[in-house]
Design a binder for this molecule. Structure first.
Ligand SMILES: Cc1ncc(COP(=O)(O)O)c(C=O)c1O
Length: 412
């Protein structure tokens, strides 16, 4: 097999340094991958495949960091979007799809009676904490250490240039540790507005963890007694585990829920929604953005949710993900390397034993990328509905070879 080369990608990346900070900023930079073994720029995509600017083809297990649920260029979603394009996209007032999508969300998501629309996940996680504060009249927000909820000032992980004051009311506990959660809640007792939780633990650079029933029970019970809001950040998992929401899937008694990424198969839209009792408080909140009202993503979201409902999407991605996880485990055992494959099958992730700096993972994923399989060494992966058994089988063939190369590199 001829190994891929990325000449054009890295020429463009070099040139981009002059015009953009670091050429590519945020987690899309090739520096967050195995530098030199991945492309920097993508030209086009279809289904579960992408082609880079050098013409290399990949089966993409990042699925556009989670927006690609049905497959790129999905005919049903793109036809609905095109139909709206013909009426134009961004108007002075909302389009006539504003209400249908709000109703669709309320019908689809368990425990969601009304909603607001934004563009990115960060828009709506920020809205959600504001709603919790207005509704409870309290200020403190509890977050799990290492969980990602967006790039806005109150939650961004790095914080260069962000005044400390922005995080004054944010306090951290250990995910899946009921005692630690109670400890932090006790320290701020009487002023806790809400806890923001991902449905399961899917932080970058660590194995995924499903929420333990004891943790879910402890948070649900304490919220019921104290009156703080459970805010479910379903931006990454939403529409992948259960059409009615991941809160329902895992048993969280969510008051406020946030969705984005996959809900319109890549068109820019996000949603926060809540129980009926919070609607009155929401009327006082200022929330807007020029592009929040553009119609095309609404059309795409309506078609995407219909497709998930009728197309057997969630069952299919679970089946494909299960085949991938089992195959990776088997291939790793056969090659004599120890891995941990974690997460729900719809969004698996793999780490190597004794690899605290992720060097082995970067080697494995880099070798896979040079052979057309786009895994990520630091971030959970995604499975999309366009993936078929043949794609998984091809992936596993490449993985088997890369496990053998990894074994040779790290030794026995
Ligand atoms: C769990 C979670 N919450 C919030 C966000 C922020 O979403 P966005 O990048 O669309 O602002 C992300 C993005 O990766 C996410 O994974």
């Amino acid at each position: 097999m001829k190994l891929y080369e990325f000449t054009r990608s890295y020429q463009l990346f070099e040139e981009a340094q002059k015009y953009l900070p670091n050429g590519i900023y945020g987690p899309r930079t090739p520096s967050f991958l195995t530098f030199g073994s991945y492309p920097a720029f993508i030209k086009r995509g279809e289904g579960c495949r992408i082609w880079d600017v050098d013409g290399n083809e990949f089966i993409d297990y990042m699925c556009s960091f989670g927006t690609n649920l049905l497959g790129l260029k999905h005919p049903r979603v793109d036809a609905a979007a095109k139909k709206q394009w013909e009426n134009a996209d961004c108007f002075t007032l909302p389009s006539d799809l504003w209400l249908p999508l709000a109703k669709k969300m309320a019908e689809t998501i368990d425990g969601l009676d009304w909603c607001v629309f934004g563009k990115n996940g960060s828009d709506v996680t920020s809205y959600a904490i504001t709603l919790a504060r207005v509704y409870t009249g309290k200020m403190d927000i509890l977050l799990a250490k290492g969980s990602y909820h967006g790039s806005h000032f109150w939650c961004q992980p790095h914080g260069q240039g962000v005044p400390e004051e922005w995080k004054t009311h944010v306090h951290y506990f250990e995910y899946n540790d009921a005692e630690d959660f109670k400890r932090v809640w006790t320290e701020h007792r009487g002023s806790v507005a809400g806890v923001v939780l991902t449905p399961h633990r899917h932080d970058a650079m660590r194995d995924q963890e499903l929420p333990s029933p004891a943790f879910v029970e402890a948070v649900n019970t304490l919220a019921g007694q104290d009156g703080f809001m459970i805010i479910m950040d379903d931006i990454r998992c939403g529409f992948r585990l259960d059409l009615a929401g991941s809160a329902k899937h895992y048993g969280w008694k969510a008051d406020i829920q946030c969705f984005g990424k996959a809900m319109a198969n890549g068109y820019a839209i996000s949603v926060a929604g809540a129980r009926r009792e919070l609607l009155e408080a929401a009327k006082t909140i200022f929330f807007t953005g020029t592009h929040f009202f553009s119609g095309v993503p609404f059309a795409a979201a309506l078609a995407c949710i219909d497709e998930i409902q009728t197309g057997g999407v969630i069952d299919h991605i679970r089946e494909m993900g299960t085949m991938l996880m089992k195959g990776l485990n088997d291939a790793a055992v056969a090659a004599g390397v120890r891995v941990s494959v974690t997460g729900p099958p719809a969004m698996p992730y793999m780490t190597f034993a004794d690899d605290p700096l992720f060097e082995t993972n970067r080697f494995f994923c880099g070798e896979a990328a040079r052979r057309g399989i786009f895994f990520h060494p630091h971030h959970n992966w995604f499975v999309c509905a366009a993936m078929q058994k043949e794609d998984i089988a091809k992936t596993l063939d490449v993985a088997a070879l890369c496990f053998r190369l990894t074994r040779e590199k790290i030794g026995g």
